[in-house]
Design a binder for this molecule. Structure first.
Ligand code: S6P
Ligand code: ZN
Length: 222
């Protein structure tokens, strides 16, 4: 099995997914009036969408456990798309509720499923996720080291309390699509996860996804 599987671009929505649209600017300072957006559950397309970002393997290379697989793939000229985020046009300021969809390709790096970078919110605050399509797992870990995980599937809502870092993992064979809404002034802290990681990772096991700590070098999951 190859270390990486090709992202199914045709099933990842209507965005022109290329470097050209990566982080294409801050939220527009639109006047605050009620508005509605349309969600396409299978792809995560949000219409209208205010800001789109993409995360490729090269954007999060150090986060995967199997660094040999990462180096091999990037060295061969491949840079698979891992996920796309699409924001609704909510100004990021306190008092507002930001919301966005995420669409994550199916696949794995070695035996570790594709995942988001994962973060804490700078200002500790809660967040709600709603599964729209596909099959995934959310791993969450508190600043005090408490760990939890929940399945994220269509029609399931997961609550992330303040002080809990969160990461989403696509454990299925189709894109994983979900909506998230959070306190718009919260900010995102990626640095602590880059430094310390989560205590458990999600692997493709012989009989399904396994949520566990990395095994010692040489064991399965390395
Ligand atoms: C935002 C929320 C999600 C993630 C998105 C990408 O607070 O938790 O919308 O931003 O799933 O994950 P990450 O870890 O790259 O921000
Ligand atoms: Zn968050």
């Amino acid at each position: 099995m190859p270390a990486f599987e090709t992202a199914p671009l045709s099933r990842m929505g209507d965005a022109k997914i290329s470097d050209a649209i990566r982080d294409n600017g801050p939220s527009s300072p639109t006047p605050e009036r009620p508005f509605a957006v349309t969600l396409d559950f299978p792809s995560g397309s949000l219409t209208p969408s205010n800001r789109i970002f993409v995360r490729k393997l090269s954007d999060m290379a150090r986060l995967f456990e199997d660094q040999e697989a990462v180096t091999r793939t990037l060295g061969s000229g491949e840079d698979p798309l891992i996920y796309v985020g699409r924001y609704a046009a909510v100004p990021e300021r306190p008092g507002n509720l930001a919301f966005l969809t995420t669409t994550m390709a199916p696949g794995a790096v070695g035996s570790e499923f594709y995942m988001t970078k994962g973060h804490h919110h700078v200002q500790d605050s809660g967040e709600v996720y709603l599964g729209l399509s596909g099959e995934g797992i959310m791993v969450m870990e508190s600043r005090e080291g408490d760990f939890a995980y929940e399945a994220l599937t269509p029609s399931v809502a997961v609550y992330v309390p303040p002080r809990w870092a969160h990461r989403t993992v696509n454990t299925g064979t189709e894109p994983l699509v979900f909506l998230a809404t959070y306190f718009a002034g919260a900010g995102h802290d990626y640095g602590s996860i880059e430094r310390t990681g989560f205590s458990r990772r999600v692997y493709r096991g012989a009989s399904g996804p396994e949520v566990r700590p990395p095994l010692p070098a040489g064991g399965a999951g390395q």
